[in-house]
Write a protein that binds this ligand. Structure first.
Ligand SMILES: [Fe+2]
Ligand SMILES: [Fe+2]
Length: 184
């Protein structure tokens, strides 16, 4: 696998760590155990800043146009389907945030609401990344000429620089730390 797709796949593995943490948090909430709200808010910030704001953004801004330049059509095709999945995932973030209300008071309805939205997010995101790993990245690697792949890699580096390497490392460390703390 060449460099730009390796980067995206690596980010999928980082996102999976955060999803395992979220799944573990849901398990502990359902079991009536104490989960600090700050850890949940850290995860929501990760989803919003890293998964949506950074990872999905790079795919949409650099990878999709590169595939379109190779003749992959948007409408009714894999790109439109994947962008639609990104939209569903983005729309779930404010719902997750709203659903944190009442968690600190251990309200049963709040726990049921939050864990339901979180489970929807987890299964959607896992399916989405499988879809990309199995279809989109393979297609991209086959179709995009190597000079263009180098260009995408440079664009990813530029995006990394824009967000800041320190911020990205912080997000990666956060995903690992919360996975270690909460995953079951
Ligand atoms: Fe994606
Ligand atoms: Fe992705």
């Amino acid at each position: 696998m060449s460099a730009p797709f390796y980067v995206l796949k690596h980010e999928h593995r980082v996102i999976e760590r955060a999803l395992r943490a979220l799944e573990g948090i849901c398990f502990h909430l359902r079991a009536g155990q104490e989960v600090p709200l700050t850890d949940i808010l850290f995860l929501l910030d990760f989803i919003s800043g890293f998964a949506n704001g950074y990872h999905h953004f790079k795919e949409e801004k650099y990878l999709f146009p590169a595939l379109q330049r190779q003749g992959i059509i948007w409408e009714g095709g894999v790109l439109e389907a994947i962008e639609q999945e990104h939209k569903i995932e983005r729309d779930l973030v404010p719902r997750l945030l709203t659903a944190t209300k009442g968690l600190e008071e251990h309200e049963a309805a709040a726990i049921a609401r939050f864990t339901a939205v979180a489970s929807t997010y987890i299964s959607h995101m896992l399916g989405h990344m499988r879809h990309e790993d199995a279809t989109l990245f393979r297609l991209a690697e086959e179709m995009i000429p190597s000079a263009e792949q180098h260009k995408i890699y440079d664009e990813f580096k530029h995006a990394e620089h824009e967000v800041g390497l320190d911020t990205i490392r912080l997000y990666e460390d956060l995903a690992s730390r919360l996975e270690e703390k909460w995953a079951i």
